[in-house]
Write a protein that binds this ligand. Structure first.
Ligand code: ASP
Length: 330
């Protein structure tokens, strides 16, 4: 048994909205991350697989409206939601992913079924939902994904006719109003300059790693746009021989850099440590093409690294028997 078992999670990276930071919002994010880590930690402590731990962690992050995945997902240019998710098992190199789904409550569970019960790796749109329906997964009405906060972000981005990552979010956010059930103006990381994807990576007591990533994409994206999240090797990758990786950031750049796989490839071909490989991808390679964001990664020895090139990234990790560690800023 491997006593280094560990789980790490992220809830997106981005620009810190200093003017709107509030202690209670920070506490909400820390509490949410802590609860998810505790659940993942329990799976690992009970001898569960890394695959089970990352599935459960991402399912919980999808259900939490604070993050841009599942409930709380961002809006497309058409005012709809299109969700993407992927999962990979480092012990077998099996993978499953779905993209552009609109009515699946938990995209990560559909990705998991693709991994386990399909000869294919990636399903899109109507085909993905037909597959999920045949698997008995839960469907919801589109309104389920609605939150006031994301809706207002979309309206602000739409007004500028841009995807939200490009515009001055601090100005937009301060121009927006707040209400009790609306966390937007008080989020520690500027919601208009944030990549809110969620993800988890884990090493289990049997020495296996796994990774999972899920997203609503980027606000005001074109209908049919797919980012890095559901692409194996870009937004998600796992191989016991090297590491498990989940990314968040400007998806187009992560796709062009094949970012998640590059961490594993550098470990394999350059024989560098997990930390060195991840650092190179996030701090050197991605910035060359203006790639912003971060990633979380674990290796089969229990090393963990959580690098990001933005001001903040919602993140944390937990080892069996230890108090989970959560963080937002540098
Ligand atoms: N990488 C995601 C995408 O481009 C966005 C994010 O990380 O929030 O769809």
């Amino acid at each position: 048994m491997n006593s280094n078992a560990v789980i790490a999670i992220h809830g997106g990276a981005g620009t810190i909205l200093r003017a709107s930071m509030s202690a209670s919002a920070e506490a909400d994010y820390h509490a949410a991350l802590h609860a998810v880590l505790s659940a993942g930690q329990r799976v690992l402590a009970d001898g569960g697989s890394a695959l089970d731990a990352v599935s459960e962690a991402v399912r919980l992050l999808e259900d939490c409206p604070l993050f841009n995945a599942g409930r709380g997902a961002v809006y497309t240019a058409a005012g709809t939601h299109e969700l993407d998710a992927a999962i990979m098992d480092g012990s077998t190199l099996e993978a499953g992913a779905i993209c552009c789904v609109t009515r699946l409550r938990n995209p990560i569970l559909a990705a998991r079924r693709v991994l386990e019960r399909s000869e294919h790796v990636l399903f899109t749109g109507a085909g993905a939902e037909a597959f999920a329906a045949a698997q008995g997964l839960e469907f919801v009405e589109p309104e389920y994904f609605h939150t006031e906060a994301r809706h207002r972000q979309w309206q602000l981005a739409r007004g500028q006719d841009r995807v939200v990552l490009d515009h001055d979010g601090a100005t937009l956010a301060s121009a927006s109003s707040s209400s009790d059930d609306d966390p937007t103006p008080h989020e520690p990381i500027d919601p208009n300059r944030k990549f809110g994807t969620v993800g988890a990576v884990a090493l289990d007591q049997h020495g296996h790693v796994a990774a999972a990533t899920s997203t609503g994409g980027v606000t005001n994206k074109q209908v049919g746009r797919v980012g890095d999240t559901p692409l194996i090797g870009a937004g998600c990758y796992a191989d016991d021989a090297t590491c498990a990786v989940s990314t968040t950031g400007s998806g187009e750049m992560f796709m062009r850099m094949v970012a998640a796989y590059d961490v594993a490839a550098q470990m394999a071909y350059r024989n560098v440590s997990l930390e060195e490989a991840a650092h190179d991808v996030v701090m050197n390679r991605l910035p060359k093409i203006d790639g912003r964001g971060g990633l979380i990664a674990v290796d089969a020895r229990g090393n963990v690294t959580l690098p990001f090139n933005t001001e903040g990234m919602y993140r944390g990790f937990a080892r069996i028997g230890e108090t989970p560690v959560t963080a937002i800023y540098r």
